[in-house]
Design a protein around this ligand. Structure first.
Ligand code: GRF
Length: 205
């Protein structure tokens, strides 16, 4: 499945997806990596393994929609069949999502619908929850609000800082995102409205 990834920053999830795809455990072909940030480390990670990259700096466009139109043209040129957001720090607009003829997924570092948006780990600590985690979901027009594919819980420990909690969640993210994508590309993900079922060989999980 021809896959594009959008990332704004460090790119550790991008790296996990690249590794899974290179090892053969994830049957996708990552054909393009894009960013809204010129200096994103994620772009370097992609270049190192020979994946074509492109930057779409929002400041270069008169408005957000124009940037997203360019993104879409680039995805069509690359015959993209699946788009994965991996730390892409912008919300994709309704027009983009309507016109995209491929599914879009995202990973978020909380157990949605708790703590959507920025600084999810800080939100979790400030709220005082004992368990947080991460969520892989389809992208819809809202903020981290699309149908949930997979989630995994991570304990919040006494003395946790935003950084220590983020790191513990990140380790799970690196396993969960490739796993969710693997199930999707192998036809095991069935979506009915908001509800997503993961099919096992002998029925439902
Ligand atoms: C991750 O925590 C991800 O869940 C969130 O943004 C962060 C990206 O980290 N959407 P990285 O760039 O993949 O290292």
């Amino acid at each position: 499945m021809r896959t594009a990834i959008l990332a704004s920053g460090r790119g550790s999830n991008l790296e996990a997806l690249i590794k899974a795809s290179e090892s053969g455990s994830l049957p996708i072909e990552i054909v393009a990596v894009g960013s809204d940030q010129l200096g994103a480390a994620a772009l370097e990670r992609a270049k190192e393994v020979g994946i074509s990259t492109r930057v779409f700096p929002v400041g270069d466009y008169p408005h957000r929609q124009a940037q997203e139109e360019d993104l879409l043209i680039w995805m069509r040129e690359n015959q993209v069949e699946l788009l994965l957001l991996a730390g892409y720090m912008r919300v994709l607009g309704p027009k983009f999502l309507r016109q995209a003829n491929f599914p879009v997924m995202n990973i978020h570092p909380s157990l949605l619908p708790a703590f959507p948006g920025l600084h999810a780990q800080r939100q979790a600590l400030e709220y005082g929850v004992k368990v947080s985690g991460c969520t892989v979901h389809f992208v819809d027009e809202g903020l981290d609000s699309g149908p949930i594919i997979l989630q995994e819980a991570v304990s919040v420990l006494p003395g946790d800082t935003e950084e220590s909690l983020a790191q513990r969640i990140l380790e799970v993210e690196h396993r969960l995102y490739p796993e969710a994508v693997r199930r999707f590309v192998s036809g095991k993900v069935e979506r009915t409205g908001r509800r997503v079922q993961i099919l096992q060989q002998e029925g439902l999980e």
